[in-house]
Design a binder for this molecule. Sequence first.
Ligand SMILES: [Mn+2]
Length: 327
Amino acid sequence: MNNDEMQAVIEELKKRDDFIITAHVNPEGDSVGSQLAFFSILKKIGKNAVMLSQDDVPDNLRFLAGSDLIRSAMPEGFRPAAAVVLDCPVIERVGVIQKYLEDRITVINVDHHVSNEMYGDVSWVEPKMSSVGEMAYHVFKNLGITIDSDAARAMYAAIVTDTGMFNYNNTSGGTHRVVGDLIDKGISPGLMHREIFEEKPMMQIKMLGKVLTSTQVEENDLLAYVTLTRKMQEEDGVTNIATDEFINYPRSIKGVAVAVFFKEGVNDGSQVSVSFRSNGRINVNEVAAGFGGGGHKNAAGCLMYCDLAEATRKVLDEVKRFIREKI
Ligand SMILES: [Mn+2]
């Protein structure tokens, strides 16, 4: 662990009084869970904090206590001295919240993406940690403050989502020791799992069905990809379905080294979001970086500003080049 970086962050938390806490657009378990964890930390050391997010908390995370306090605009008259920016490899990932990060505000960058640009006045980055939720746990421990069951749930949600239910390679012994302690605070993994992963809207399952029928494999089954078109999304009149798990299906095909998920924008057909997963050696962070995106070695993403056909061709060409080079 980068202890000096963590200490520098803790010093900033102690030094200031009024904070905003924010994370990336399209929030998921780690961004919401880590915001709630840092909110709890700041409250417990007697600070004022406001959680800000461009986008709403997704339905499956609204059971987390305090998630209703996450708002999209700064409260009237609140003048923060510092901003805790979580789970964002580049500052632009906060979206419109960036307008509140004026020059006089100290930016405290806490993240676990290997691609992090160290943009903070203070930056603490742990590429080996599963999640920012796991990092937050170490802040609690370091400050010697009690983790109540709400904070334990928030950190558990962050970790269980960012590790793909402890399936991904970012799950370490350290992750499990943290989770073991969180469970000892009285939380129920079964209930957490049910809330986060098994309260899906029926339409999500139907959409998954359509996406699965699009599955293609190439390069001797080393490359698998699926596509969600704008038309598929519009057919059923639903466009706000959570699709982040869909990439796990092509990834789970035997022998696949790289899986790709193409999702055509609903409002704007000239925008395609692309998710990558890899099993083993191929670093999809590098693939995504070639298109202005980023992430981790085995999980990354980028946004393409072209039509679906062009995005598919460009991305697959690049993935194939990586496969031929590395395998
Ligand atoms: Mn994360």
